[in-house]
Design a protein around this ligand. Sequence first.
Ligand SMILES: [Zn+2]
Length: 374
Amino acid sequence: MAGIRVKPEIKRHMKDVAQVLSIDEKLLEDANKTAESDELFCPGLLVSGQPECPIETLNGLSQYIRQCKSVLSSDQWVKEEKVYGAQLLYEEIEKIIDVFPFVTCRKIGSSVLGKPLYELRIGADTAERNVHVNASFHANEWITTSVAIKWCKEYCAALCENKTVFGHSAIDIFSRTSLSFVPLVNPDGVDLVLYGCADLSEKNEFLNGLNEHRPDFREWKANINGVDLNKHFPSNWEIEQRRKPKAPSYRDFPGTAPLTEPEAQAMHRLITEQPPDRLIALHTQGEEIYWGYEGCEPEQSSEVIREFEAISGNRYQGVKTIDSHAGFRDWFIQQYGKEGYTVELGKGKNPLPFHQFSDIYQATEGILWRALVF
Ligand SMILES: [Zn+2]
């Protein structure tokens, strides 16, 4: 993370520093929680190079930041629409925490192939509500990661600019709600769909067999062991076990028991450590939002779902019950009796073609914003 070299004295006047940077004081304080005494993190600024000597006056700071590039919501990088394999995502996360130092990132586990699973967090320490959002549980639903990342960058930029989005002040959301965000739950699977298995020589035969020797891995939903991570949680798992494939497959195999796979274990642990008040799982496709599970969902869900529908221009429809078990969200609702929503983005055949991205984003960003408001 790039901080600007300053004299510690200047940080005694954070209110004035915030004014020079034109950002909210609380956001600046939050971004500097882990800063050394002689460095200043400036949210929304791309800091390149350091001043010749530590900055000691507000005037000096003001002059210095004029030569830095600000990253606003109009910035090309923020607006970018991009497909993310694991490596590209890791580079993107690095840039996000560099430009928006109030975002914290931690590794919550690793995939079967050892790729890190990251959680990003955005929100003040004093925030009283917690919301969890995740994407790409299913490999060929990788477009959900693109939606999640673009939305994350837009949220961060809106914070730096103190903007109001969908009628809510971004800073107010930040101070009230802490967002836990896992943009890529199944990195091995997503990389397999996007790039094939040529690099996985020892697993080549196994994977091609599971994939029924199709020419590509477009249909692949599972993790790299052929387990469907979203049929792998302990909420009526036995029902899925009875009626779904009995062996590893490109889709639908619930595993030999719940939670044998490291990606599911990491998500289970994350939620168990700090159960959120509301959970959003991004999938494709169908333009539907599943919100009930076995009557364990709270009353509140039926009201929130109506707002989700309305904010999507009534393109997305709430569906209370479907005949499906052992999903991450199913388990969450059953275990905690709290709000959980599976948002099925877009319409078509998975993987949805990337040219649908703008349309999907436009119809669903309001749902994500609304999800942060209580
Ligand atoms: Zn899915």
